[in-house]
Design a protein around this ligand. Structure first.
Ligand SMILES: *Cc1c(COP(=O)(O)O)cnc(C)c1O
Length: 399
C-alpha cells in the first residue's frame, strides 16, 4: 500500500519507480531482500486459521503471496494508479490468466487484430475449444470496435501502440464502448509502459504487462503483471492465478525490482534516441517509409499525443527492395543486436514477417499492415551517433 504522503501532491513517476517497494523495510534495507521461502510459519494455530480465512493479513505459501513478489506488485500498481497488482511467471501468463478469469463458455471477446501473436493464438486455437468466441478488428477505428460488440461480449482487449505496426487505439473511446455494452476493457501496456501511458486513468479496467520488456529493461528476466482498477476484478483474477499456478518466483521479482528503479532514465534516453533516429530514417534514400507515433504523419498521432506522455522508443520502418533489402540491411548491422523482444537497454532489431509474425498467413499479414519489408526497431540507450552510424552503414549495403 502506498506510503502516507506528507503532501497531497502525488509523487512523480520516477520517484515511485525508485521508492514504491521500500515502504515496509525490516532492518532499514534499501534493496528488498529475496525471500526464498516456499512456506511461512504461523505463531499459533489460531493465527494460521485467521490468515487462511483472510481475517488477518500474513503470508501462507509462496504460490499465494511472497514479500519480494509483493514489493514488485506494489511498485507496478503504484506506477499504473491501480487497485492492486498480480505478478505472473511471464507476460503470457498474465494474458491467459485474464482470459481464464473473465471469459466462459459462449462468451465473447473483441481484440485488436494486431497484437502480440500468442495473445491471439491462445484464443483462436485453445480457448475456442472451451467455447470462447473471439473477434479481431482494427481497434484504431472505434466504429469497428463498436460494430463487433455482441450481447455476450465480456472483454475488449487492446494493445496500443500495437506490435509491430505501432497503430494507436483510443483508450478512453474504447472504454466507453466496452462499458456501454457491459464489457471490461483490458489494455496490454507493454509497448509503452507506465512511464508513458497509464490506461486505468483513461477508463480501462485492467492493464497487463510483459515485465520482460521496458519495466525490467535489461533483457535478462521473463515476467508479467496484471493491474486491476477495482477490488472486485482483482479478487477474481487473484483466485485464478493462485489456482492455476502461473506465479512469479522471488528471484525473478527481485531482478525486475532492480530493473524498474531506472525506468525513468531509460525511457527518457531511449525515447530521445528514437525521436532523432525516426527523423534520420525518414530522410534516408534507402528507407521507403517510417512509422513512429511521434511524427505528425502517423495516422493516429493526435490520439497518441492525447493519451501518452511521450511517443516511446519503438520505430517500424520499411527499407527499399522488400524482403531482400531487409535481409541485406539486417546482416549488415554491426552494433545493433539482431534479436526479437524489445524494451531492453540495448537496441534490438528484428524482421516480423520472417520471425515474430511468420506464423500469420501472408494475406492476413498484408491485410493488417505487416508488410515483408517491415523492420521493428526497439531503440536502446546507446549513444545516438553510434546508432545512427550503424544504421547508415547497414542501409548503404542495400543495392
Ligand atoms: C513480449 C510481449 C508479451 C508476452 O510476454 P512474455 O513475457 O514473453 O510472456 C505480451 N504482449 C506484448 C505486447 C509483448 O511484447
Amino acid at each position: 500500500m502506498a506510503r502516507k504522503e506528507d503532501s497531497p501532491r502525488p509523487r512523480g513517476k520516477s520517484t515511485r519507480a525508485i521508492h514504491a517497494a521500500l515502504d515496509k523495510t525490516i532492518h532499514g534495507e534499501v534493496s528488498i531482500p529475496i525471500f526464498e521461502s516456499s512456506t511461512f510459519s504461523f505463531p499459533s494455530a489460531e493465527e494460521g486459521a485467521e490468515r487462511f480465512s483472510g481475517a488477518k493479513p500474513g503470508y501462507l505459501y509462496t504460490r499465494m503471496g511472497n514479500p519480494t513478489v509483493n514489493a514488485l506488485e506494489q511498485t507496478v500498481n503504484q506506477l499504473e494508479n491501480g487497485f492492486a497488482g498480480i505478478a505472473t511467471a511471464s507476460g503470457m501468463a498474465a494474458t491467459t490468466s485474464v482470459y481464464l478469469s473473465l471469459l466462459g463458455q459462449n462468451e465473447h471477446i473483441v481484440e485488436s487484430e494486431v497484437v502480440y501473436g500468442p495473445s491471439r493464438i491462445v484464443l483462436e486455437t485453445h480457448l475456442s475449444r472451451f467455447g470462447v468466441h473471439s473477434t479481431f478488428v482494427d481497434t484504431s477505428d472505434l466504429r469497428k470496435t463498436e460494430a463487433a460488440q455482441r450481447e455476450n461480449t465480456r472483454l475488449v482487449f487492446i494493445e496500443t501502440p500495437s506490435n509491430p505496426t505501432l497503430s494507436i487505439t483510443d483508450i478512453k473511446g474504447t472504454a466507453e464502448i466496452a462499458h456501454r455494452h457491459g464489457a471490461l476493457l483490458v489494455v496490454d501496456n507493454t509497448m509503452a509502459g507506465p512511464y508513458l501511458q497509464r490506461p486505468l486513468d483513461h477508463g480501462a479496467d485492467i492493464v497487463i504487462h510483459s515485465l520482460t520488456k521496458y519495466l525490467n529493461g535489461h533483457s535478462d528476466v521473463i515476467g508479467g503483471m496484471i493491474v486491476s482498477a477495482s477490488q472486485e476484478i482483482y479478487k477474481r483474477i487473484r483466485k485464478t492465478v493462485n489456482l492455476f499456478g502461473g506465479v512469479m518466483d522471488p528471484l525473478q521479482a527481485w531482478l525486475i525490482l532492480r530493473g524498474v528503479r531506472t525506468l525513468g532514465v531509460r525511457m527518457e534516453r531511449s525515447q530521445e534516441n528514437a525521436m532523432r533516429l525516426a527523423e534520420f530514417l525518414k530522410d534516408h534514400p534507402k528507407v521507403a517509409w517510417v512509422r513512429y507515433p511521434g511524427t505528425a504523419d502517423h495516422p493516429q498521432h493526435e490520439i497518441a499525443r492525447k493519451q501518452m506522455d511521450g511517443f516511446g522508443a519503438m520505430i517500424s520502418f520499411g527499407v527499399v527492395n522488400g524482403l531482400r533489402g531487409g535481409m541485406t540491411f539486417l546482416n549488415g548491422l554491426q552494433l545493433i543486436t539482431r534479436a526479437v523482444s524489445l524494451g531492453g537497454i540495448e537496441s534490438l532489431i528484428e524482421h516480423p514477417a520472417s520471425m515474430t509474425h511468420a506464423a500469420i498467413p501472408l494475406e492476413e499479414r498484408a491485410r493488417v499492415g505487416i508488410s515483408d519489408e517491415l523492420i521493428r526497431f526497439s531503440v536502446g540507450c546507446e549513444d545516438f551517433e553510434d546508432l545512427r552510424e550503424d544504421l547508415d552503414q547497414a542501409l548503404s549495403k542495400i543495392n
